[in-house]
Design a protein around this ligand. Structure first.
Ligand code: MN
Ligand code: MN
Length: 310
């Protein structure tokens, strides 16, 4: 079924991968899991619709048996990689603990079955329950591409919203040793969160610095590490990705973001990838979902290529 040619044909799964339930035994190179959860959004909701929208949009980037011809190198992308869509985690709506427990349990199952687990949010609060599923990993880094720090201790009395996932994660996941956040901007940075991140030794990089000194920023990325890559779509400029809850002007362009993704993957062991904060309902053009789907396909393609070379 996955070789149906046109983007809009067939059952909608990530990159037209076959669906396999997490209750069944299987093994694959890459598995996708949807997290249709946006109950932790502080501004404009809609990320609950992202897994469905990205499944539909990613039909355009389904590789097929021959893979894709790579214009840049003359090589082939995504040939021979096995992909699975493992479905969605059911949110328990307002019971965030139950929702998060389900996400952590599903992420552990995905890790057992896939060399590269790929998680599609959902708002960014999901990164905390996802990172809990890595509590057996002794030493790893998070590369967070985001306009926002997401490191508030609490906001409006809430400690588990999409403004706090990485604060909660470093408190609980002992193997998470370092975070680099790239793409920061806007007027709403919480100074307590900024200082707390600095004190803990996180590397904090603004979007302006990416624009003026991309090579310098690429050199800040970890090397020879286990890396979990967390991609908040709002790191991109809203002209590319308007469908998101908290857009910020002066964002990265796609080429800058992909260069950062590639440098985070190359020379490291990528242990997980999430893409969050796509709110398809806020972008009737569908552009945000297409951009996010292409990013998913290209990130997996880079991982597969560097893995073949290694
Ligand atoms: Mn975020
Ligand atoms: Mn953000």
């Amino acid at each position: 079924m996955r070789h149906l040619e046109l983007p809009f044909t067939g059952p909608a799964t990530f990159l037209k991968a076959p669906y396999r339930a997490l209750t069944e035994p299987w093994r694959t190179d890459v598995a996708f899991l949807g997290l249709p959860y946006d109950f932790a959004v502080g501004f404009r909701p809609g990320a609950r619709f992202a897994p469905g929208a990205l499944r539909r949009a990613s039909g355009r980037f389904a590789p097929g048996p021959a893979g894709f011809f790579d214009l840049e190198t003359g090589g082939v992308l995504l040939r021979g990689v096995s992909l699975v869509d493992a479905g969605d985690v059911d949110p328990a709506q307002l019971e965030y603990r139950t929702s998060f427990e389900r996400m952590t349990a599903a992420a552990r199952e995905l890790r057992r079955r896939a060399t590269l687990p790929v998680f599609v949010g959902g708002d960014h609060s999901v990164s905390y329950p996802l990172l809990r599923a890595y509590d057996d990993v002794e030493d790893f880094c998070v590369v967070q591409l985001d306009a926002h720090l997401d490191y508030s201790d609490d906001r409006n009395g809430t400690r588990y919203a999409n403004s706090s996932p990485f604060r909660r994660a470093v408190e609980e996941v002992l193997g998470l040793k370092h975070i680099i956040v790239i793409g920061l901007r806007g007027l709403r940075t919480n100074p307590e969160a900024y200082r707390a991140a600095e004190v803990r030794g996180h590397t904090l990089v603004t979007a302006r610095r990416v624009r003026t000194s991309l090579d310098e920023v690429l050199a800040l990325l970890p090397k020879d590490k286990k890396v979990y890559l967390s991609f908040d779509i709002d790191v991109l400029d809203p002209s590319l990705a308007p469908g998101t809850g908290s857009p910020e002007v002066e964002g990265l362009d796609y080429g800058e973001a992909l260069a950062l993704v590639g440098a985070a993957i190359q020379g490291n062991e990528l242990i997980g990838l999430d893409v969050t904060e796509v709110a398809p309902n806020l972008d009737p053009s569908g552009l945000t979902s297409l951009v996010a789907a292409r990013l998913l396909a290209e990130a997996v393609a880079l991982w597969w290529r560097y893995r073949e070379v290694a």
